[in-house]
Write a new protein. Structure first.
Length: 274
């Protein structure tokens, strides 16, 4: 993050954390949230129509439900379908999040889709019933480009104000179905951007090198503090566009196009998939 050292206050400096302390933190509450009960704040898929049969509950977007055990997302609740993979077997939904949720025919948020408003219950339409592979939480969901927009709400969520971490935290909270995301999310301290990939691993968030719309890109080689950004478009050659704070524009919003996963200082090394 450009000029981060000059802007960092004493309070902001307290956010820095070592990798070892991240990994030593106790186990997170995330895994327990997928318990086969459709709780407030979750998006739920049901095996049968009209919210009947076994339920699979989610707290975030999923770009591929997976087709085989043990790697697939399964129906966890009691009733018809319990233990089966969700992919291509769901018939109805209950959206208990505060955002619109879109269900997609294909993985990676592609193909035909059907959206459900916050609080809505409904059956999947004839195209998507038993033909569902991913869902995106948030009104800007989708596998294609998302229109860049500086909609930051100004809440730093425990990070240094108007820095890359505060903006990325906002996007996680507002678009990725994690409304309570903050610097202490999951029982670890996320701290400076360079630590985010380790913090994510410590609590079970998927970390890989695959850019997808909605991923949080992590640069852990830039300067002393690293950098994070929000991926809003992915190209066929593997490059991608990002939205960010405090890179080209000091303590302000900006965008970049056709960056890559690489060791170059302007690029990113990791993708976090909430």
């Amino acid at each position: 993050m450009l000029n981060f050292r000059k802007a960092l206050t004493v309070a902001g400096a307290a956010l820095a954390v070592t990798t070892s302390s991240l990994l030593a933190t106790g186990s997170p509450a995330l895994a327990a949230s997928r318990d086969g009960v459709c709780d407030s704040g979750e998006f739920c898929l049901y095996y049968n129509s009209d919210q009947a049969g076994s339920v699979s509950d989610f707290t975030g977007s999923v770009d591929d439900y997976g087709a085989t055990q043990p790697s697939c997302y399964e129906f966890k609740g009691a009733g018809n379908g319990q233990g089966l993979c969700v992919k291509n077997t769901a018939a109805s939904v209950w959206n208990r999040t505060s955002k619109t949720v879109t269900v997609y025919f294909n993985s990676n948020y592609g193909g035909a889709s059907q959206s459900f408003a916050a609080g809505a219950k409904g059956n999947l339409n004839a195209t998507l019933k038993n033909n569902n592979a991913s869902h995106m939480i948030g009104s800007n969901g989708g596998g294609g480009a998302q229109t860049p927009r500086n909609d930051y709400d100004g809440n730093p969520r425990g990070f240094a104000q108007n820095n890359c971490t505060a903006f990325a935290a906002y996007r996680i909270a507002s678009r990725l179905g994690v409304p309570n995301f903050s610097n202490s999310y999951g029982g670890v301290t996320w701290g400076n951007a360079e630590h985010w990939d380790n913090a994510a691993r410590a609590i079970g968030v998927t970390v890989n090198k695959t850019p997808k719309v909605g991923a949080i890109a992590v640069n852990d080689t830039h300067g002393q503090y690293g950098h994070v950004a929000y991926v809003n478009k992915v190209y066929s050659d593997g490059s991608f566009d990002v939205e960010e704070y405090n890179w080209n524009n000091v303590h302000a919003y900006g965008t970049r196009s056709h960056v890559h996963v690489s060791q170059a200082e302007r690029d990113f090394q990791w993708m976090l998939h909430f």
